[in-house]
Design a binder for this molecule. Structure first.
Ligand SMILES: Nc1ncnc2c1ncn2[C@@H]1O[C@H](COP(=O)(O)OP(=O)(O)OP(=O)(O)O)[C@@H](O)[C@H]1O
Ligand SMILES: [Mg+2]
Length: 668
């Protein structure tokens, strides 16, 4: 690991991580949040304003200043990747391992220690596909004619919003009970069940609740805007006095899965002493990108306005490109990437291609392969997350941390899957024998042979089986590099390798997966009217969530941003004509009419609600009937040439036709 840290008063750090060297000096507000470690705090601020950085440094500072021991802090983040990244950063800053977990892994930890009635600590976790299959079987048994995926979505929503009426309304209560019964009968849980049982445990088992309340003196939550009622119900009872939540309601993009943005807005009611902090400076994006993002998001009605400014340079023009079809769109992206590579020697990994749905990545992957542009589809399983590799790693983990209940649960479940009878009873002797192997490759061989894992792998001669065996053999090569090192070094390496994106490939990922990440150059493809907003999500609230999704996508870019759309797509062998997304117009790229976002003047004006722009524009029109007409935010107002509406929501296509945003005029 390349890296060192300097900790001066807990507030200045030199961080050196892979490919990134820099001095990070926290701003006054960040310092204030970090310095005052006690109490309930909410940080609401826009993208790139340093929320995650603040959480990481808050945690590092707690440890460095001796305010808490590593095991007394629980930090919760949204994805496994984000959790690993934060854990890794804290380790670089303080040299300590911490509990930075996803909410599901936290719930799992609780349930391993306190299995609910009917479960044992070695319960298994079923994935989406297995869930789907089980629902399908139950639907067939009940002779119900519903799509398993639709049922799954209702289960997820009902559980996350804690709304049983949703099940009743869809006549699914009986099926849901049968589903949960079946899981329990098999000592299994799905992802949401981890949370429901976690909530149940804290509500019904005071010993469990007290244990965790006493253990964690500090609770830190990143991406709070995407917390669901169910997740909140699990975490809320743990708060004994110190809580730091950070989030941005404009980036809430998991409403479809039950995330409730009102939680962030209502936190004040739940914790009357709450101190709210605002970080206003975006350190990530150029002014042009921040302007466009702001111009987009003001169209959402269910939000509180907040400052989102930057001191970064004006930046390059945001490029909007219409292409004939998805292949020409992919070719355009590839040619821009190649040109940038030749011009500035841009690193592949600093570039991302984002899309609304996975399927849009197919033409990109095809063209990149032809043009020999290295790429990785982010979200595909990392090597160390492959089931066959995880099955081995859990033994190493248990050897390093004999009290780690999760690792114990994993090992027992691997042994049971290998049909080793009374695996729980035999565990101590198996672990003792593994511990006596001397070096890591010896332990590796012993794990494979003594458990019968190798035989089992060799028995599976399918393509997938052969691949799994090759992956397992590759692990031996990895272990050979750790010949003279400690087991902990190897485990740290697996964490680090998982947390870093590849150094030499363009990243292809959905917008949902891009949350929290940043790249020098971002291409957002498929910005057409059927894709974003997604053609099935046309309700008012859904449109607002789609708009937030594009807002998240735009603000992943540090310097260069491209928005492309095809004019045609083939769907089920039929050509579908596409138009630019309505959101493209809201960005007001051509008009350049949004006021400067550089920080100057009195920022408090931002907090005092939005001025009546319409009245201002009317006044400007009265004063100067010939125009141009502006409001105080710098928006240009105009009269739609088509329907004569006086509006700021107009845009100019090809520079000559001014049209408003009403549905009649949109596609003219
Ligand atoms: N005080 C600071 N000075 C300079 N750079 C900073 C500062 N704070 C954060 N940054 C940098 O700004 C970028 C964005 O920070 P971070 O990811 O923490 O923002 P965020 O608010 O969590 O964004 P998002 O809402 O997208 O998750 C990072 O590159 C980070 O290193
Ligand atoms: Mg963040």
């Amino acid at each position: 690991m390349q890296g060192w840290n300097v900790y001066i008063g807990g507030l200045v750090h030199t961080i050196r991580t892979k490919g990134c060297d820099r001095m990070l000096v926290l701003n006054q507000e960040q310092k204030r949040i970090i310095k005052d470690t006690e109490g309930i705090k909410l940080v609401i601020s826009g993208p790139g304003t340093g929320k995650t950085t603040t959480v990481t440094h808050f945690l590092a500072n707690l440890l460095a200043a001796g305010k808490a021991r590593a095991e007394e802090v629980l930090a919760v983040t949204f994805t496994v990747k984000a959790a690993r990244e934060m854990r890794e950063r804290v380790r670089i800053l303080t040299g300590k391992r911490t509990d930075v977990l996803t909410i599901h892994s936290f719930a799992r930890r609780v349930l391993c220690a306190f299995p609910p009635t009917g479960f044992t600590a070695d319960f298994t976790i079923i994935d989406e596909k297995q869930e789907w299959r089980l629902i399908k079987r139950l639907l067939a048994a009940e002779k119900l004619d519903m799509h398993p995926q639709a049922v799954r979505e209702i289960f997820t929503l009902a559980r996350n919003t804690r709304d049983n009426a949703l099940l009743e309304k869809n006549k699914l209560s009986a099926l849901y009970n049968a589903y949960m019964q079946e899981l329990r009968g098999n000592n299994a849980m799905d992802f949401d069940a981890l949370l429901t049982w976690g909530v149940w445990t804290f509500a019904n088992n005071p010993v469990a609740l007290n244990q965790y309340r006493n253990k964690y003196r500090y609770l830190l939550i990143d991406e709070f805007q995407d917390t669901s009622q169910l997740q909140y119900a699990l975490l809320r009872p743990l708060v004994t006095g110190n809580l730091l939540c950070v989030g941005d309601y404009d980036q809430s993009i998991y409403g479809f899965r039950g995330a409730d943005v009102n939680l962030i807005l209502n936190l004040e009611k739940d914790f009357p002493g709450l101190a709210t902090h605002y970080l206003k400076e975006n350190y990530r994006c150029t002014q042009k990108i921040v302007k466009a993002a702001n111009a987009l998001i003001v169209n959402n009605t269910k939000r509180r306005p907040k400052p989102h400014l930057t001191n970064r340079p004006e930046g390059e023009r945001i490029i909007r490109k219409s292409c004939a079809n998805p292949i020409t769109e992919a070719e355009y992206v590839a040619s821009e990437i190649q040109a940038a590579g030749q011009k500035d020697g841009a690193k592949w990994a600093s570039i991302a291609v984002l899309y609304r749905n996975n399927i849009l990545s197919i033409p990109i992957a095809k063209v990149f392969m032809e043009k020999k542009i290295p790429f990785q589809v982010v979200g595909d399983r990392d090597y160390f997350d492959l089931p066959e590799i995880k099955n081995i790693l859990c033994f190493f983990r248990l050897l390093a941390e004999p009290d780690n209940l999760e690792a114990k649960g994993d090992v027992i479940s691997v042994l049971s899957n290998l049909r080793i009878s009374s695996s729980r009873a035999r565990l101590p002797s198996i672990m003792k024998s593994l511990a006596g192997q001397g070096d890591l490759t010896g332990t590796y061989t012993a794990i494979l042979e003594q458990t019968g894992m190798l035989k089992e792998l060799e028995r599976n001669t399918s393509q997938a089986g052969l691949k799994a065996l090759a992956n397992v053999e590759e692990l031996k090569n990895v272990l050979a590099d750790f010949r003279n090192k400690k087991l902990e070094d190897f485990l740290d390496y697996t964490e680090e390798a998982r947390s870093s994106l590849s150094d030499d490939a363009v990243n292809l990922l959905t917008i949902h997966k891009a949350k929290g990440l940043e790249f020098d150059t971002v291409f957002i493809i498929g910005v057409d009217d059927k894709t974003i907003p997604f053609f099935q999500n046309q309700g008012r609230e859904e449109i607002e969530e789609e708009r937030r999704l594009l807002y998240v996508a735009l603000t992943r870019a540090k310097n260069s941003l491209y928005l492309t759309y095809p004019r045609e797509r083939t769907v089920k062998e039929r050509k579908l004509r596409l138009y630019p997304s309505r959101f493209l117009r809201e960005l007001k790229l051509e008009m350049g009419a949004i006021s400067s976002v550089t920080i100057k003047g009195n920022i408090n004006a931002f907090y005092q609600g939005r001025p009546d722009y319409e009245a201002e524009a009317e006044a400007s029109r009265k004063e100067n009937p010939q125009g141009p007409w502006k409001d105080s935010s710098g928006n240009r107002w105009g009269i739609c040439k088509r329907c004569s509406k006086f509006t700021r929501d107009w845009w100019s296509l090809d520079g000559d036709t001014n049209m408003c945003e009403c549905n009649d005029c949109r596609y003219q």
